[in-house]
Design a protein around this ligand. Structure first.
Ligand code: C5P
Length: 232
């Protein structure tokens, strides 16, 4: 399975699918809320028919019973990776796994990944607006430990948190890291970016890459280059 997950951040399914025409071989793509809520099932089937792996990034957060039912249906789509907010608590995360187990196709459960703290949440917002005390890295680590206890497969985190999470939760516990830029690329709205080389060095299992690929002159070549870095 590929380690570079391409963020398909397009406004509509037509643009997303025509962008996929750039790729000769199956890749790993991430479909987020905008695309999924706009053209969900049809788009997922089209991407699957082309042989790509799919991460459906919907960041579920609700009561355990509702999350379980939603996950059961997501698993029936035959996607490869889904996610939940760790802030939903351990019983919600356990329910997510139960739902995926019930709905999985061909005995293969989609990987379930926890969202620790969104990159849009600063230390100040976390402490003062959300009234969560302490350091943001400690919170991320604590949420990762909870995710592990609940049986999740890993968490989304920054490249700079990957190592400590592996140290505490074990090397089998996956880290999925966005905020990736090739040397010389524009940072855009990302704050703490890292290169694929650094992500690999820090032990990141999967990286999520959007604009460094979607804006490159040759997206297929850029994807392969990044994938090869991750494979070492
Ligand atoms: O274009 P870029 O590489 O910045 O895209 C990163 C992708 O990863 C986007 O789809 C963004 O929503 C997602 N993401 C992120 N930071 C997180 C979680 C997800 O950038 N903490």
């Amino acid at each position: 399975m590929n380690k570079c997950i391409l963020a398909l951040d397009f406004e509509n399914a037509i643009d997303a699918v025509s962008f996929l025409d750039n790729f000769d071989e199956p890749i790993y793509v991430k479909v987020g809320m905008e695309l999924f809520y706009g053209s969900g099932l049809q788009l997922i089937n089209e991407i699957k028919n082309r042989g790509h792996n799919i991460f459906v990034d919907l960041k579920l957060h609700d009561i355990p019973n509702t999350v379980k039912g939603a996950m059961r249906n997501l698993a029936k789509l035959g996607v490869d990776m889904v996610n939940v907010h760790c802030a939903g608590g351990i019983s919600m995360m356990k329910a997510a796994i139960e739902g995926l187990e019930e709905g999985k196709l061909n005995k293969k459960r989609p990987l379930c990944i926890g969202v620790t703290q969104l990159t849009s949440i600063s230390q100040e917002i976390m402490n003062e607006e959300l009234l969560i005390k302490g350091n943001i890295t400690d919170t991320v680590l604590h949420y990762a430990i909870n995710a592990k206890k609940a049986g999740l497969d890993g968490v989304v985190c920054s490249v700079y948190e990957s190592k400590i999470i592996h140290e505490v939760c074990g090397n089998d516990f996956l880290t999925i890291t966005p905020g990736i830029r090739l040397k010389g690329d524009c940072k855009d709205d990302q704050k703490r970016v890292a290169t694929p080389e650094l992500a690999k060095e820090e032990g990141g299992d999967f990286i999520v890459v959007g604009r460094s690929i979607t804006r490159s002159k040759n997206p297929n070549k850029t994807y392969i280059k990044i994938e090869n870095i991750m494979r070492g």
